[in-house]
Design a protein around this ligand. Structure first.
Ligand SMILES: *Cc1c(COP(=O)(O)O)cnc(C)c1O
Length: 428
């Protein structure tokens, strides 16, 4: 196992996948703003369509700007390949479309981004894919929830919004024993803080919208193939192991080996469902990634200072930040997130729901909005916003009860961040 700091991480964040543009010498990766690509000749065209040669046909499937982004994130996560998508949710949809057949089940830790809870409970049901909820803080709950229709396990490494650090290795062991892939949403940690593959993940997904892009300007998602699951041996995943009727009867896992999951996601999921990333967004996110190591460290350092300050404030009931000594997840954070526990965390106001509303109404530097992972400090009261579509029980289970405020600490000066919270808390 490699522990952070990962070798060459800063260099890869800037260079992986990129070369000076062969046509113009442009040093920054150009935005290839084109929908389609001219074939060399008829044979070339035929070989591209038969998947006998790799090359660009149409931007719904591949694009050169997107390709640099994919190679870069694959390198940062130490995966074999990656597929970028229009959003984090698009990435999740394509992962499950590749893994599941109608009637299949999957397990997910209940401590998830609210949008993922909705996607799994409602949208996926229409495909006849069924989520079974487990408790990400109790790895044994996954083992107890297994049945023979379960084809995957899904968790977040650092769970949104409550700052829960999940014991990835314990859950990976259960997935391995059950013969199903472990999918880890690594959005809040990013590969700078944690590489789930080192702990047994088989597939990693990200919302690039958050820390990887990092500046709150573009939606994007990505699927990283760790190349560690034997789809052929398993036989449970016909999309990967059976002859493919829409590609000359090739078997994805046989033809593409340790990056076949990413190819199947692209050539079947993305091609047919369609949520491709725009070249412009891929460009912006790629530029964001160049400064990921610098930003993440500053995010973490600021978050720890703010969490410590809040922890001693008399209007604050509790602070859930894994970086705090005494936090229930501090020990797991030491193992999985040794360089910092991220910058998203929650705290509880003694004044409950009304105080939460008052606080978000009185901040100045903080932006009251539904996002995380921006250079700017962000605040939200989940019960009245992101988690308002969940039932009260689901909200509590997701760490988003009425008194809860979620912060995403930015990279401004920490004294300014604290001063803004101080004046707003006075009014809450
Ligand atoms: C935002 C987010 C998503 C969804 O990503 P989008 O880019 O908004 O579709 C999924 N998981 C986590 C942890 C997120 O924070």
């Amino acid at each position: 196992m490699t522990e952070p700091p990962y070798p060459a991480f800063n260099t890869l964040a800037i260079h992986a996948g990129a070369q000076p543009d062969p046509a113009t010498g442009a040093r920054a990766t150009p935005i290839y703003q084109t929908s389609s690509y001219v074939f060399d000749d008829v044979e070339h065209a035929a070989s591209l369509f038969a998947l006998e040669a790799f090359g660009n046909v149409y931007t719904r499937i591949t694009n050169p700007t997107q390709a640099v982004l994919e190679e870069r994130v694959a390198a940062l996560e130490d995966g074999t390949a990656a597929l970028a998508t229009a959003s984090g949710h698009a990435a999740q949809s394509i992962v499950f479309h590749t893994l599941l057949e109608p009637g299949d089940h999957f397990l997910a830790g209940r401590q998830l981004y609210g949008g993922s809870v909705n996607q799994f409970n409602h949208a996926f049901k229409k495909f006849d894919w069924h989520v079974i909820w487990a408790d990400a803080t109790k790895p044994e709950s996954f083992e107890a929830a297994l049945n023979d229709k379960v084809k995957a396990i899904f968790i977040e490494s650092l769970a949104n919004p409550g700052g829960v650090v999940v014991d990835i290795e314990a859950i990976a062991k259960i997935a391995k024993k059950a013969g199903v892939p472990l999918i880890v949403d690594n959005t809040l940690a990013t590969p700078y803080l944690c590489r789930p593959k080192e702990h047994g993940a088989n597939i990693i997904v990200h919302s690039l919208t958050k820390f990887l892009g990092g500046q709150g300007n573009s939606l994007g998602g990505i699927i990283v193939d760790c190349g560690t699951f034997d789809w052929l041996a398993s036989g449970k995943y016909p999309t990967l192991s059976e002859p493919c009727p829409s590609y000359n009867g090739i078997r994805m896992a046989e033809t593409f080996g340790d990056f076949s999951f990413s190819i199947a996601c692209r050539m079947l999921g993305l091609r047919d469902l369609g949520p491709c990333i725009s070249p412009f967004n891929a460009f912006l996110i790629l530029n964001g990634i160049e400064t990921l190591p610098l930003r993440m460290q500053r995010h973490c350092d600021n978050a720890l200072s703010v969490a410590e300050w809040l922890d001693s404030h008399d209007k604050v009931d509790w602070v859930s930040y894994a970086g705090l000594k005494g936090n229930a997840y501090n020990k797991l954070a030491g193992k999985y997130l040794p360089r910092g526990a991220g910058s998203v965390f929650t705290f509880g106001l003694k004044g409950g729901y009304d105080s939460g509303v008052a606080l978000v109404s009185n901040v100045n530097l903080f932006s009251h909005l539904a996002n995380i992972g921006d250079t700017r400090s962000l605040i939200i009261h989940p019960a009245s916003t992101t988690h308002s579509q969940l039932t009260s029980d689901e909200r509590k289970a997701a760490g988003a009860g009425d008194d809860v405020v979620r912060l995403s600490i930015g990279i401004e000066d920490k004294d300014d961040i604290i001063a803004d919270l101080e004046q707003a808390l006075e009014q809450a």
